[in-house]
Design a protein around this ligand. Structure first.
Ligand code: IPE
Ligand code: IPE
Ligand code: MG
Length: 257
């Protein structure tokens, strides 16, 4: 673990989640095809995964494709799927070498069959890695995730294995795609928009949000350091007063015991 000097004064977030936005505008501004923005964006993913691993981040969630992104032109979807496929194929060795486990959230079964196969293989082949989790949100929409969780919980109630009165935050956490993962401490959105775009709505309840104008293809190690340094200056109060928060420093995610 190598923590850069700018970050040595505080603790790094346990879980960082990133809305990787601005690829298309990055390309269009340069007179390039949107696809080029996605292609260079893959290089940003590689750089940020490496940096998170070095800084000791435990979970990195990246929003790669939303349930709403299926509405884009077929050619753009194809570009994104091809980039995903080559990324997964190329990255397996690197993930294993760096002890990184791959997970995914979202409706995987909607992905093209060849990509689903590679995704599942990569998840299986990295399952024993323990230094960091790289969690990719693919065909992910938070409302859909919540609907599926409610369906699973309701089925258990109807079967009699769960009583409605037993439904707690923990029960809901356990039925989301992110079951077992801590809530994100820091959500970064590149590309300047101030919205969540259906990302981790339940899990983000106490996340610190950092929005940067920098588009994703330009977002690299130094930008990540700046985001974490900004996070370290904040006081997470979780509803308490500032004084209480000093006594009980709250760099801890809500659902971490
Ligand atoms: C993010 O960049 C990548 C995906 C949503 C898949 P965009 O493609 O949304 O880029 P902009 O927002 O149009 O610039
Ligand atoms: C959010 O970006 C989804 C991903 C980064 C994968 P979008 O570009 O789809 O978001 P909107 O449409 O601007 O809200
Ligand atoms: Mg966008």
């Amino acid at each position: 673990m190598t923590i850069p000097k700018q970050l040595r004064g505080g603790s790094v977030p346990n879980h960082i989640a990133i809305i990787m936005d601005g690829n298309g505008r990055w390309a269009q501004k340069r007179g390039l095809m949107r696809a080029m923005g996605h292609k260079i964006g893959v290089e940003s993913v590689q750089s940020i995964v490496k940096a998170c691993r070095q800084f000791g981040i435990k979970v990195l969630t990246i929003y790669a494709f939303s349930s709403e992104n299926w509405q884009r032109p077929a050619s753009e979807i194809k570009t994104l799927m091809t980039l995903l496929k080559t990324y997964l194929q190329r990255e397996l060795n690197n993930l294993n070498k760096n002890n990184i486990r791959l997970l995914s959230i979202g409706q995987r079964q909607k992905l093209p069959a060849d990509i689903l196969q590679i995704l599942e293989d990569t998840i299986a082949e990295t399952a024993d890695n323990s230094a960091m989790i790289l969690n990719i949100a693919l065909s992910y929409g938070s409302r859909n995730e919540i609907i599926r969780a409610v369906q699973k919980i309701t089925a258990k109630c109807l079967a009699g294995s769960l009583q409605p009165g037993q439904i707690s935050e923990q029960v809901i956490n356990d039925h989301l795609d992110t079951a077992g993962l801590p809530d994100p401490d820091l959500i970064i959105r590149t590309g300047g928009e101030s919205r969540l775009s259906n990302f981790l709505l339940w899990q983000a309840s106490y996340a610190e949000i950092y929005i940067t104008e920098t588009p994703w293809p330009d977002f690299r190690r130094d930008n990540l350091i700046a985001a974490i340094a900004n996070y370290q200056k904040r006081q997470r109060r979780f509803g308490k007063t500032g004084e209480q928060a000093i006594v009980q420093p709250a760099n801890k995610p809500l659902n971490e015991k």
